[in-house]
Design a protein around this ligand. Structure first.
Ligand code: PBG
Length: 329
């Protein structure tokens, strides 16, 4: 008998054979497309650190919604840039702000599109932190957890009133999922779902986003509320807490440097799991492709596949539309 008897290459002989035995697939319906709406713009404005991504005027929301649905993408998540910022992020609770207005426009143009909103004050505070500031006993400025979750509950309810299907708190305050769930239910929005940014690390990979959403912290960093990159057991603790507080879906963020964490959370929870392929991951692929170091489309599809293979059911990604174009071809 010839050697070797067992030849895995038999299943790699043709494209059809490979497709037949492929374990992980991608579809446009796996993606959630993040978008930035700016209160003061009248035309789309390119984000220099994120090729192909724009800050949009609310007037573009309807056409965008139709275009996205046409590509088979079922969901978007909206971020807002207000006309004015203040220390408490009050504009984040304004029902005439860019996010609630864009939600209403998108739902009217594409009722089947699942519209999610990011719930966090960092886009609306002048200091760029994800909450209301207070002084601790040492006299340092820190984010006040319990005051912040009151604002988040108000913001989430306002988004639900505007028509959001899902609210997604990204602030990493303790107890915010439970507080938001209670606020939604008390206002009659018991059908509005919560996608919790349950496991969110203090990451360098948010760099380009901070230009996109104009929310770089003006002092210090986010390490007092976002997770330490060295911790994986803590991720399971955060995920379990948010599930117990009533989260409908969980998220791990960022994705690529945390594929092991995606796998661990997937095994620990039966909730649908999302992973955020964040701005820095997106911009690195584009920058390397532009420098002719890698092939853009192949690298993008490989990255997205890896996130699904790690265990994510859904992927928030700025690649959503360009990847869907390839998948639909
Ligand atoms: C906070 C928020 C951030 C991102 C999503 N929501 C920034 C941060 O925590 O600093 C990052 C997303 C990305 O990098 O693509 N509201």
């Amino acid at each position: 008998m010839g050697f070797p008897v067992i030849r895995p290459r038999r299943l790699r002989v043709s494209a059809s054979m490979r497709e037949l035995v492929r374990e992980t697939t991608l579809a446009p319906s796996d993606f959630i497309y993040p978008m930035f709406f700016h209160a003061s713009l009248t035309a789309p404005q390119a984000i220099s650190t994120m090729p192909g991504v724009f800050q949009l005027p609310v007037s573009a929301a309807k056409d965008q919604a139709r275009e996205i649905v046409k590509r088979g993408v079922k969901s978007v998540i909206l971020f807002g840039l207000p006309a004015k910022k203040d220390p408490r992020g009050d504009s984040g609770c304004d029902p005439d702000g860019p996010v609630p207005r864009a939600v209403a426009e998108m739902k009217s143009a594409a009722p089947d599109l699942v519209v999610m909103t990011d719930v966090c004050v960092d886009e609306y505070t002048d200091h760029g932190h994800c909450g209301i500031l207070t002084k601790n006993r040492a006299g340092e400025m820190v984010v006040d957890n319990d005051a912040t979750i009151e604002v988040l509950a108000k913001m989430a309810t306002m988004h639900a009133r505007a028509g959001a299907d899902v609210v997604a708190p990204s602030d990493m305050m303790d107890g915010r999922v439970g507080r938001i769930r209670r606020a939604l239910d008390e206002s009659g929005f018991d059908q509005t779902a919560i996608l919790s940014y349950a496991v969110k690390y203090a990451s360098s990979f948010y760099g380009p986003f901070r230009e996109a959403a104009d929310c770089a912290p003006q002092f210090g960093d986010r390490a007092g509320y976002q997770m330490d990159p060295g911790n994986a057991r803590e991720a399971l603790r955060e995920a379990a807490l948010d599930e117990a507080e009533g989260a409908d879906m969980l998220m791990v963020k960022p994705a690529l440097a945390y594929l092991d964490v995606i796998r661990a959370v997937k095994e620990a929870s039966n909730l649908p799991l999302a992973a955020y392929n964040v701005s820095g991951e997106y911009s690195m692929v584009h920058a390397a492709a532009k420098a002719k170091m890698i092939d853009l489309n192949r690298a993008m599809m490989e990255v997205l596949t890896s996130i699904r293979r790690a265990g994510a059911d859904l992927i928030l990604s700025y690649h959503a539309l360009e990847a869907s174009e390839i998948l639909n071809a």
